[in-house]
Design a protein around this ligand. Structure first.
Ligand code: AMP
Length: 540
């Protein structure tokens, strides 16, 4: 028997409509390149996104065509988030931190027809242009300076009355967005989001135990809008009517803290490296900023060091740790406490909050051993696999890859994890970052977290170096906090509390900064390259 329920396709257009109808006066604040603030609201977002959609159709864009963006985080980018799907086209966000050759490869692979680009990024775009076949390049005048005559001016392009604009009829499974994986191994691959997956993901992340996103919030997206839709939060924020604050290109700790204070930010998202610099700025000037009490900070993209989570509590700021992947739209898990945890000692509660967390509703996880799924006992460690309505089932333009998908339809994440009986997932490493010493596995993440809990340490990354007898040994690359000092021996003693002797690095390097990926994560491939001729000091 079929239900009597209406068949309503889930589309991003419904989010845009709701934003205008119910939350039209909610604000969107963006930092301009000169650091002044641009203010607009959801009613204007609605009007201008629909103007963009109408202009794209008039320019010959057909449903399913790719329209790329090369833009920082700001309200114009948010217009593209809604305006491109409102035309039935596919928003393809380009990572502006990649080399021009890689950006060109991605544009060609996706067959982008039109590019929308910030005026401040024209120099980068001009390095890409000779290598790609774009029909039109539309420049957004974010600085207020005139747009060069050789390019279309975004303001002129969208200038029209779109009051009566009608969305094309859309299948909810039609593509609405596209993002390429960071491609640390091999070429980047395209992940294509649907209207349906984007709407469901927005509902999922907004839930009370997840980000608890509401009309009362002001959300600061530090995560780039070119990285997995800024974790889907821009869509979720319009859905619930939360105000949005965008940093533009100014991602330094002082600029971010100023924005948080001045705009009353209640929720901010970013990778751990961002929060580590913010913590250092707060520690240097603890009374300078008056932040909203209890401000939530969502951290993900790589493991949040537990010591950082506790350190923020001193400032009445609360870290929400989560795990995700471009392939998962991107949020897969977030960590929250259950009622039975509230009676536990504070230290144990912290330990649970520092885990990668519980799967969001509709996301299924399993940890695979050699042949079968392992029990959720908090101890069995294997490859983490995922499936769900916002998990990709393949890559654009690539034949199904058995390394990435199982025959029974799960995504192989490449992460190594365990799951506790109550469902809290814990990542021990990326498969390729694990260190195999004398046949035993050492988790680089566990050692990094422990080193970063030392008060003199700002950052630490652990990689494998070759050893003639033990095959691999851990090398710890450490960045010491300004004005502090610490020795190898002190750090070794600090680790002795938590680790067996053979797990503790004998190899230490004090460096100025850990190299970063284009999305702000520690770039271990570069560290491995830097230390490739290092001979481990562990006795044979
Ligand atoms: P990306 O697709 O660039 O977002 O990268 C996804 C990968 O980042 C995952 O497969 C994990 O290896 C890593 N990652 C994301 N969040 C976390 C986290 N909270 N803890 C540890 N690793 C993470």
């Amino acid at each position: 028997m079929r239900s009597t329920m209406m068949q309503m396709p889930l589309t991003v257009n419904q989010i845009l409509e709701r934003g205008n109808q119910i939350f039209g006066n909610r604000e969107i604040v963006s930092r301009r390149p000169d650091k002044s603030l641009h203010r607009t609201n959801y009613a204007a977002l609605y009007r201008r996104s629909r103007q963009l959609a109408a202009a794209l159709l008039e320019a010959g864009i057909k449903p399913g065509d790719r329209v790329a963006t090369l833009m920082w985080n700001h309200a114009f980018h948010l217009e593209a988030y809604f305006g491109i799907p409102a035309a039935g086209a596919v928003l393809h966000t380009l990572n502006l931190r990649l080399a021009p050759e890689d950006i060109a490869y991605i544009i060609n692979d996706a067959q982008d027809r039109i590019l929308i680009v910030d005026d401040v990024l024209i120099p980068l775009m001009e390095k890409v242009k000779p290598k790609v076949k774009l029909e039109r390049i539309i420049v957004v005048p974010t600085t207020g300076a005139p747009v060069p005559e050789s390019y279309d001016n975004y303001e002129r392009f969208i200038d029209r009355d779109a009051f009566n604009y009608r969305y094309p009829e859309l299948d909810e499974n039609a593509a609405c967005g596209m993002c390429y994986t960071s491609g640390t191994t091999g070429r980047p691959k395209g992940v294509v989001y649907s209207h349906r997956s984007t709407v469901l993901h927005a509902l999922g992340v907004a839930l009370p135990d997840c980000l608890n996103l509401s009309v009362m919030d002001a959300v600061l997206a530090v995560t780039p809008m070119f990285h997995a839709n800024s974790w889907g939060v821009p869509y979720a924020a319009v859905m619930v009517g939360a105000a949005q604050v965008y940093p533009g290109q100014h991602m330094g700790a002082i600029d971010l803290l100023d924005l948080m204070e001045n705009e009353g930010v209640t929720l901010a998202m970013g990778v751990p490296t961002i929060w580590l610099t913010i913590l250092q700025a707060l520690e240097a000037e603890p009374t300078r900023w008056k932040l909203k009490k209890g401000m939530r900070m969502m951290v993900g993209g790589s493991a949040a060091p537990p010591a950082m989570i506790t350190a923020f509590e001193k400032y009445d700021l609360s870290i929400k740790h989560g795990w995700g992947m471009t392939e998962l739209s991107p949020v897969g898990t977030l960590s929250w406490l259950k009622p039975e945890h509230l009676g536990l000692p504070l230290e144990e509660q912290h330990r649970i909050r520092a885990l990668q967390g519980l799967p969001l509703p509709l996301v299924e996880l399993r940890v695979m051993g050699e042949e079968k799924a392992l029990p959720w006992d908090g101890k069995s460690v294997g490859e983490l696999q995922a499936r769900g309505p916002w998990v990709t089932g393949g890559y654009y333009n690539s034949p199904t890859d058995p390394d990435k998908f199982t025959v029974d339809g799960w995504l192989r994440t490449g992460d190594v994890a365990s799951i506790s009986p109550g469902g809290h997932m814990r990542i021990s490493d990326r498969t390729k970052d694990l260190i195999k010493s004398g046949g035993e596995w050492i988790s680089s993440v566990d050692i990094e977290n422990a080193i970063m809990s030392h008060p003199a340490v700002a950052e630490a990354a652990v990689i494998a170096v070759k050893h003639p007898k033990w095959d691999e040994r851990p090398l710890a690359a450490v960045v010491v906090k300004q004005g502090k000092s610490v020795t190898e021996e002190e750090l070794r003693r600090h680790l002795e509390v938590h680790f067996a002797k053979w797990q503790i690095p004998d190899d230490w390097a004090f460096i100025d900064a850990v190299p970063r990926t284009s999305t702000g994560k520690f770039l271990k491939t570069k560290l491995r390259e830097d230390f490739k001729s290092w001979i481990s000091r562990t006795p044979g």
